[in-house]
Ligand binder design. Structure first.
Ligand code: PLP
Length: 767
């Protein structure tokens, strides 16, 4: 749809709107003229403070008009026009700001303010129509600049109302109107979606596969903004970004050094490239939270030792250089690595570095994350290898689902040749790209370029305030009753503020948002629970919010009573609050560009309500009626608190956290490469084997239990004595599901069969 002036309202901030004098009269006339003649919507605001709040809360203004004078009858304004303009300019570089002033005030306006504003209009002498016309000109000029290259061209094309004689078959939406279901879809999404869903045969929009025209311009712009030498838009998720990167650099029998905590797409990357994986093993704390890989693991000695000890890699290949390393940065729980330190180690023995930053595309836009992301601007020496980054723009920035970016920084000597690289890109791309997704990547780039730091600062501050609120709730409860409880947050308890250790919740939120130090993990302030933490190796991302539930003490010992996190998140789902991830005694929520203060209030109120019904041991049939209805014999007559303690008691008795810990420290013997395991699947040389019979067998597919969401076995690894702890852990998960029906959790690669009312895990194994 054509964007008109009406979509970009004018905010006029003046205390004179209602004044019964000449100025008030003229202001009202100006607003009227803008509405009637210029067709602009006018939003009036009567104080600088309110005006700023309105400005802050929305981004659709076409122009801001600020009356410079403080009206005599309102000397109590907490903010001055000068402060207001400075604050607005910091938040938004591009928006036109017009000062309304009188002849006498001109002398009092500081030069810096004149630099910040786009125009000064003399409110008592300029004609109303001149002022309104001038404002409209600013709106029109500004709105034109809002559109980044691809999106702008797409809107322009769509507004030319061409007859489509090309794919997609709905041809601008017309096709949908031939049948009621189609009409419903058309009405739901709106016409612009369909008129922007175009074919590659539209030359005006360039070519994604060839990275030409406006698409190419948009990708180049993203490269500049995200700090890359080259950026590629990928429309089928970071799952595919990872595979494009690997396909471009690895071939059969190459060696890769891979984070065991990798996304499954990297396992598939090993399959399609036919590479030999050697693994980095992340630490984990007593709560089961996945931590960083030790810095020492990145050293050439450690990598060489792993290769030497590997039983699968033929001796003849062991001297070969490692083609690629792949590290998950940040981890799901928000552990971000100091990439500069890691690169210094990896560049000694690895040819290409890959950082999987699916959850972390924003890092470049706030000093909080300095040096902790792949495309960081540190000084690279001439030997540094090429660096690849995969980012799901759609996950935590603002793009449509599956819209991702692939960034490349060339090596000191080795440059990534576009034509060679593009072969891999094309292998994974469709010849019918979805243009709306491209537009969303283009816009996400522009948003971060325009005011990324401001947006990130708001998000970080919001997360910090929520973190502090949670601690304060607990402390206030414990003031009344020292044994009372509330949920905790996985975060520093104390922070060094100017040499003084200060409780986290008492530290100024701006200080916590402005400094990286409080978030950097160290061994002498071990709130994180990871052992032997190296200095300056990694930090916690403040916007990844891990809430902890009671049940584990500071030393990692399971207490007599506890609240499994899955029960809390199940309750929250019932209240319309969907968490990102649930572990045994913690759950993760993400603060992102879409998080609002109101959302946080709803969350805290739901958590407080959970506490109330837990403390009251409310009958489970009231809390989870469906669960009790489905399994009345197990759960009838039980209260919520009792239920939590039953599950907690089971986990304590069977040492679930210890067993998980043990299982994930083992890298099982590899019977075959991941690719060979997959070949067995293709050749149908596989069969389902139940867990109880799995000892001595080789699963052909990867098994990934949630929690913690890390592959416990890769396809081709053997379930033998060495893998005993893995077997034990999976067995415990199976027994738990039978003891507590309704608590079936996700395990990728594992199916359940039922016999005699019992569930059995089974997975595809090589025959
Ligand atoms: C670390 C990591 N890499 C890659 C991906 C895949 O991303 P996408 O969903 O964009 O395909 C995910 C998805 O969860 C992930 O967690």
């Amino acid at each position: 749809m054509e964007i008109t002036n009406r979509e970009w309202p004018v905010l006029i901030i003046s205390g004179q709107f209602d004044a019964q004098n000449d100025e008030g009269y003229r202001l009202r006339q100006l607003a009227e003229q803008l509405k009637e003649v210029q067709d602009c919507r006018v939003i009036p605001s009567f104080t600088y403070e309110d005006g700023y709040e309105i400005f802050r809360s929305r981004s659709d203004f076409g122009c801001i008009v600020v009356d410079w004078d403080i009206p005599e009858e309102d000397p109590g304004e907490a903010t001055t026009a000068e402060e207001l303009i400075v604050k607005m300019r910091i938040r938004h570089q591009g928006i036109p700001i017009i000062l309304l002033t009188g002849r006498r005030e001109m002398d009092r306006i500081p030069a810096e303010i004149l630099r910040d504003v786009n125009d000064c209009l003399w409110k008592t002498s300029e004609t109303i129509s001149f002022m309104a016309g001038r404002i409209e000109t600013h709106v029109v000029d500004y709105v034109r600049t809002v559109y980044p290259p691809f999106f702008g061209a797409m809107v322009q094309y769509s507004n030319e109302f061409k007859f489509a004689w090309h794919t997609p078959g709905h041809m601008g939406g017309e096709g949908f109107l031939r049948s009621p279901a189609g009409v419903a879809l058309f009405k739901f999404f709106g016409e612009s979606v369909f008129r922007s869903d175009l074919s590659v045969s539209v030359p005006e929009l360039g070519s994604l596969l060839e990275h030409s025209g406006v698409v190419g311009d948009a990708e180049k712009n993203s490269a500049r903004v995200f700090g890359a030498d080259q950026t590629y838009y990928v429309l089928n998720g970071t799952s595919n970004v990872n595979q494009i990167i690997w396909r471009s650099q690895l071939v059969r029998d190459d060696i890769a050094f891979v984070d065991r905590n990798c996304h499954k797409s990297l396992n598939y990357a090993m399959v399609i490239t036919d590479a030999y994986p050697v693994y980095m093993i992340p630490r984990r704390n007593k709560r089961g939270i996945i931590g960083p890989v030790r810095l020492s693991e990145f050293s050439p000695e450690s990598i060489q030792r792993k290769i030497k000890e590997d039983k699968l890699i033929p001796e003849s290949l062991k001297g070969n250089e490692v083609k690629m390393s792949a590290l998950t940065n940040s981890t799901y729980d928000g552990v971000c690595y100091n990439v500069v330190n890691i690169k210094k180690q990896l560049e000694k023995s690895v040819e290409n570095l890959h950082f999987d930053e699916a959850w972390y595309a924003y890092a470049r836009f706030h000093p909080m994350y300095k040096d902790h992301y792949g495309m960081t601007d540190d000084k690279l020496d001439e030997n540094h290898p090429p660096i690849f980054c995969s980012q799901s723009t759609h996950k935590l920035l603002t793009a449509f689902s599956q819209a991702s970016m692939l960034h490349i920084k060339n090596g000191g000597k080795i440059k990534i040749n576009h034509d060679e690289f593009n072969e891999s890109y094309m292998m994974h791309g469709s010849t019918s790209p979805q243009y709306i997704m491209i537009a969303s990547l283009d816009v996400a780039t522009r948003m971060m370029d325009d005011n990324g730091q401001t947006m990130m600062n708001d998000i970080i501050l919001g997360a910090i305030r929520l973190r502090q609120k949670v601690v304060n709730i607990e402390k206030n409860l414990q003031k009344k009753n020292k044994n009372d409880w509330f949920f905790g947050m996985w975060q520093p308890r104390e922070v060094n503020v100017k040499g003084k250790m200060t409780p986290f919740e008492q530290v100024d939120a701006d200080f916590l948002a402005d400094h990286q130090d409080p978030w950097v993990m160290s061994s002498d302030n071990n709130w994180h629970g990871f052992e032997e933490m190296e200095e300056n190796h990694c930090m916690l991302d403040p916007i990844k919010l891990t809430f902890t539930t009671p049940g584990i003490d500071d030393h990692g010992q399971m207490q007599d009573e506890g609240i499994p996190a899955s029960i809390v998140t199940e309750y929250l789902i019932g209240k319309g609050i969907v968490c990102e991830k649930t572990d045994y005694y913690s759950f993760l929520l993400l603060n992102s560009l879409g998080t609002t203060e109101a959302k946080q209030g709803t969350l805290l109120s739901a958590m407080l309500r959970f506490k109330d019904i837990y403390d009251a041991d409310t009958p489970l049939c009231e809390v989870f009626p469906e669960l009790v209805g489905a399994y009345p014999d197990v759960y009838r007559g039980v209260g919520l608190k009792q239920h939590c303690n039953d599950i907690h008691g089971y986990w304590k008795e069977h040492k679930i956290l210890q067993k998980m810990q043990d299982a994930f420290q083992v890298i099982p013997d590899q019977g075959m490469k991941p690719s060979e395991a997959y070949h067995q699947v293709v050749r149908k040389n596989v069969e389902f084997v139940e867990l109880d019979q799995m000892m001595g067998r080789t699963p052909a597919v990867m098994m990934v239990p949630y929690p913690p969401g890390i592959p416990i076995m890769m396809g081709g690894e053997m379930m033998n004595e060495k893998a005993g702890p893995i077997f034990e852990y999976l067995k415990l998960r199976q027994d738990f599901e039978n003891a507590f029906p309704g608590y079936e959790s996700e395990i990728h690669g594992v199916e359940r069969t039922e016999r005699d009312g019992k569930k059995f895990f089974r997975t595809l194994c090589v025959k």
